[in-house]
Design a protein around this ligand. Structure first.
Ligand SMILES: [Zn+2]
Length: 276
């Protein structure tokens, strides 16, 4: 296996993994989507809501606000010793919201939520929650907990997690008449015309759409589009809840834990003393 990093920012990363097959690539994708825990608002106690939005819709909107997650300080509710419905200080964070529109229309933003833990706050202050007109008020207490994407999409740590085959392009220069149609048609600007010659300048961006092959004036086309069987380009985009590298390492840790448990259980079964 060989991993090459193509790019990384605080929230996104793109890397190539060589030497794995599609089922393994998909396993990593699915663990990231459904198993890596993040914080999200799960219970809301509404003391006052004179807005036009029903309590349920308001609670749903609050749940969908991505929260910065502190994985090391909090327990998953099912693993916490407290076993209480609304959790304890080890498994939940309380955020309060108390906003009243004094005059005119006021938009309530995620930044109006006040968290008891400065490390667990909305990823952005500018997410609109609701609009209030003069005299309307919202007063509530929201309980954020760790959860997993398989239970509700609000707990997914990523807004995008994809993999695709590594493209392989071949351009037969001896037969290319440099008409430039492929340069124009390619949606990802894979080709460029330099010195009256068509060149492949961005092979990795190819999405295998084959448009370049279709517009090629040559018969058979001078361009061949294929892909490598055992190499994938991963693209992962964090919601901001966790740093991008933490999401990937956490997913691999979960994968490892699942398999070591599987091995342990099998060993236990196979080594059981035989009944006589
Ligand atoms: Zn607890």
């Amino acid at each position: 296996m060989h991993v090459t990093l193509l790019e990384k920012t605080d929230l996104t990363t793109r890397f190539i993994v060589e030497g794995i097959d599609a089922p393994l690539a998909n396993t990593l994708r699915r663990i990231i989507l459904s198993e890596v825990p993040t914080m999200a608002i799960d219970d809301v106690i509404i003391y006052e809501n004179s807005s036009v939005l029903h309590d349920e819709i308001l609670a749903l909107r609050l749940g969908l606000i991505p929260l910065k997650t502190d994985l090391d300080s909090y327990n998953l509710p099912e693993k916490c010793e407290c076993k209480s419905e609304l959790g304890c200080s080890r498994c939940r964070v309380i955020l309060t919201l108390d906003v009243k529109a004094e005059k005119g229309v006021r938009t309530v933003y995620s930044g109006d939520l006040v968290s008891e833990d400065p490390n667990v706050v909305p990823v952005s202050d500018k997410i609109p929650i609701i609009k209030l007109v003069a005299g309307q008020r919202i007063r509530l207490e929201a309980y954020a907990k760790l959860g997993r994407g398989k239970d509700h999409a609000k707990w997914q740590p990523v807004s995008a997690c994809t993999y695709r085959y590594v493209p392989r392009l071949k351009l037969d220069y001896s037969r290319c008449n440099a008409c430039g149609k492929c340069v124009e048609v390619c949606p990802r600007k894979v080709f460029a015309k330099e010195d009256k010659k068509v060149k492949i300048v961005n092979e990795m961006e190819c999405i295998l759409c084959n448009d370049c092959v279709r517009v090629c004036e040559m018969d058979p086309p001078a361009i061949q589009v294929s892909w490598r069987e055992n190499a994938f380009i991963f693209y992962v985009e964090s919601t901001g809840a966790l740093p991008i590298e933490r999401i990937i390492f956490e997913a691999l840790k979960i994968y490892e834990e699942k398999f070591s448990e599987f091995i342990n259980q099998l060993e236990g079964l196979f080594n059981e003393p035989k009944k006589s």
